[in-house]
Design a protein around this ligand. Structure first.
Ligand code: PLP
Length: 352
């Protein structure tokens, strides 16, 4: 007997195509760091590393355990993008030959105490106000400790997806003013996916690209969603006008309808916030969510789907149904959907 399950299918060929396409936007001298934090945005860290290693110059993660796993698979640069928080982590970073972000004084102190200034990425705050040194504080450190050292100067944009946001221009300006004061061996890095796509001339020495690899960037049709989340229909029923579907009776029939119950709920990672009318795909046709997502099931209006049957797959996103659409129509972001899929969903990684 085989148990039914929902499936998350990952197409590594699409990951590679997305990378090649994004790389075609970069300046020639820019190196490509694949951001694979949070289990490669839910795509599986090790499988992703193996399938893209020849295409990238480095990897970005947040957790040291993820960095260790990648080090077993790749000799490329690995950056701890949030740095280290203890002497133990310092030692591990050195042992595994990791690059390390330094974003505040406490972190810099660890390097000072060890008199170790190799493979550092100094992060400055240019307006995001989350992590990074204030410009003046950084200049202080630079003049005292880094004026003769090789390092990467980095910052992060707060609104890279919005080409018109003034904050981008302000952040670029603050960064460029600072760059002018640095010696010329200092490498630079600003760009995440949104910045690469909207401001390709800011790709500098390193880009740090995450969501674009996985196809969650919504403003370019060449970038394709590489994961398919699908789940089988386990029940079909006819309902009459004015009958209600699901918890709180949120969805109310206005006509005779055919309702499918699909084997995927919020305990699988489909957010409770998914609204009625959200598009899904069944037998290559669009159907719409009808009723509140419950723990193990989601109800879908399949009145207009031809020959719809129990066992048919309902796709929530896929290369044909961009993850950014379900995200946008529900005021979510594709990052959140990708990283939220739970372990009880069967993950299938299609190798190259
Ligand atoms: C996650 C992260 C990125 C990647 O951003 P995307 O928008 O997914 O391309 C880049 N830089 C830093 C510092 C990050 O934390």
């Amino acid at each position: 007997m085989t148990a039914i399950n929902s499936e998350l299918i990952i197409d590594s060929k699409l990951l590679r195509e997305n990378i090649s396409y994004i790389k075609s936007k970069l300046r020639n001298e820019s190196k490509f760091m694949a951001v694979i934090k949070s289990d490669a945005y839910g795509h599986n860290l090790e499988s992703v590393t193996k399938s893209i290693d020849d295409l990238v110059e480095g990897y970005g993660v947040v957790r040291i355990n993820e960095a260790k796993k990648i080090r077993n698979l790749s000799k490329k640069k690995i950056l701890l993008m949030q740095g280290i928080y203890s002497q133990e982590e310092f030692i591990a970073a050195k042992e595994f030959n990791l690059d390390v972000v330094v974003h505040n004084q406490d972190q810099f102190k660890i390097f000072k105490e060890n008199n170790y200034f190799k493979n550092l990425w100094l992060k400055v705050n240019t307006g995001m106000n989350r992590l990074g040194f204030e410009i003046d504080d950084f200049m202080d450190i630079y003049n005292k400790h880094l004026f003769d050292k090789k390092f990467v100067l980095m910052t992060h944009l707060a609104a890279s997806n919005d080409k018109k946001a003034i904050s981008n221009q302000e952040q670029f300006k603050a960064f460029e003013n600072l760059v002018e004061k640095m010696h010329e061996n200092v490498e630079k890095s600003i760009a995440n996916t949104g910045c690469i796509m909207n401001f390709p001339d800011k790709s500098y020495d390193w880009v740090r690209c995450g969501i674009g690899i996985y196809g969650g960037y919504f403003k370019d049709k060449e970038i394709i969603t590489a994961m398919t989340l699908r789940s089988p229909i386990v029940n079909l029923r006819k309902i009459k006008p004015r009958q209600k579907v699901g918890y709180d009776g949120r969805a109310i029939a206005t006509k005779e309808m055919l309702i499918a119950s699909v084997y995927l709920g919020y305990a699988d990672g489909l957010p409770l916030a998914i609204e009625d009318g959200t598009k899904v795909m069944i037998n290559n046709e669009i159907a719409k969510v009808f009723g509140r997502v419950s723990m193990d099931l989601t109800t879908v209006d399949v009145t207009n789907i031809k020959d719809c049957a129990v066992g048919d797959w309902c796709e929530f996103f896929s290369p044909k149904l961009p993850i950014s659409e379900i995200a946008k129509s529900n005021n979510l972001i594709s990052y959140y959907l990708m990283t939220g899929i739970k372990s009880r969903v069967k993950k299938i990684f299609q190798p190259i």
